[in-house]
Design a protein around this ligand. Structure first.
Ligand SMILES: [Fe+2]
Length: 302
């Protein structure tokens, strides 16, 4: 397949821009469920290409909401290949993510087309879009994505099957402490994120079917429960100036915490924020990360 055909003149993702706030969770609609690149045969071919690059993440459906997200593939391995998992998805008892699909030349066209359409409206409210990425999640019936958060802003869109997506605000301190966010931005560790069933009551809940989706800001905790059938979901993600700035402040505070200090929330103390920035500079292990996040696409060097 050489090109990504446009089905009509509608944008791939419908966003209510009058309500859009880059730091607020919001529902969206989309038209990607019939996209040729999201059909099973094309996904099988993509999975083969990405698996050869080590760009597939998978675990069995034994992982639950409280499973540590970073460790799920080691704790609950899925022994099947990505192709076998995809071809047998309804019975594979597996969760699988095709990572960084923009590394693939064909799928980079999809990421570009979808995010190019959104970028003018996003730029007007949240400038500096960079590190664009795409992710495709294929999941067996009732598989669960463990509770976690990510660094990017995220449009998550249901393509096939149904799932329930729980999302919590990026600043909800009950479900994820400031310390957990500081540590995550410093070192990508998530072990301070601890699941409790009571969190469900505080969540934005999206019961997604094909054509429906949600926008979640950077570091909005989320957890996903698949429905009774196999499911395909696609995510489009990016950083902006504001995600980079928040990440830098949190990482600085993370560095202060490593020294035994307990900084206030980011932005509350100019002194703490400056001290954190200085520490990051002295550690010398953050500069490259910030520069890397300014690339147009994620994994640019890969
Ligand atoms: Fe995620």
């Amino acid at each position: 397949m050489a090109a990504v055909p446009k089905i009509d003149q509608e944008p791939w993702i419908d966003v209510d821009w009058t309500a859009f706030d880059p730091w607020r969770i919001q529902s969206v609609r989309h038209h990607l469920q019939d996209h040729p690149l999201l059909r099973l045969d094309e996904l099988v071919a993509l999975a083969q290409r990405l698996e050869a690059q080590g760009s597939v993440r998978t675990h069995s459906d034994s992982a639950k909401a409280g499973t540590p997200f970073n460790s799920a593939p080691e704790l609950f391995p899925n022994a099947a290949s990505s192709v076998d998992t995809l071809r047998n998805l309804a019975n594979a008892q597996a969760w699988m993510s095709l990572l960084n699909i923009q590394k693939d030349p064909l799928y980079r066209t999809l990421v570009r087309e979808v995010l190019d359409e959104l970028q003018p409206e996003i730029d007007a409210r949240d400038p500096g879009m960079s590190y664009r990425g795409g992710w495709i999640f294929v999941t067996s019936p009732r598989a669960v994505t463990p509770y976690h958060f990510d660094a990017e802003h995220n449009f998550i869109l249901q393509v096939q099957g149904r799932k329930r997506v729980y999302v919590w605000p990026h600043d909800d301190q009950e479900v994820a402490s400031e310390h957990a966010r500081d540590l995550f931005h410093l070192s990508h560790e998530r072990y301070l994120l601890r699941w409790r069933d009571a969190f469900r009551e505080r969540a934005h809940v999206f019961d997604l079917q094909p054509g429906q989706g949600a926008y979640m800001p950077s570091t909005s905790p989320h957890m996903v429960e698949n429905g009774d059938g196999a499911s395909v979901t696609v995510s489009f993600t990016y950083y902006t100036d504001s995600t980079r700035e928040k990440a830098r402040l949190h990482a600085g505070h993370g560095a202060l915490r490593k020294l035994g200090l307990q900084p206030p929330h980011i932005g509350q103390s100019g002194l703490s924020d400056s001290l954190g920035a200085l520490l990051l500079k002295l550690r010398g292990d953050y500069r490259g990360k910030v520069a890397h996040a300014c690339d147009e696409y994620a994994e640019e060097a890969a």
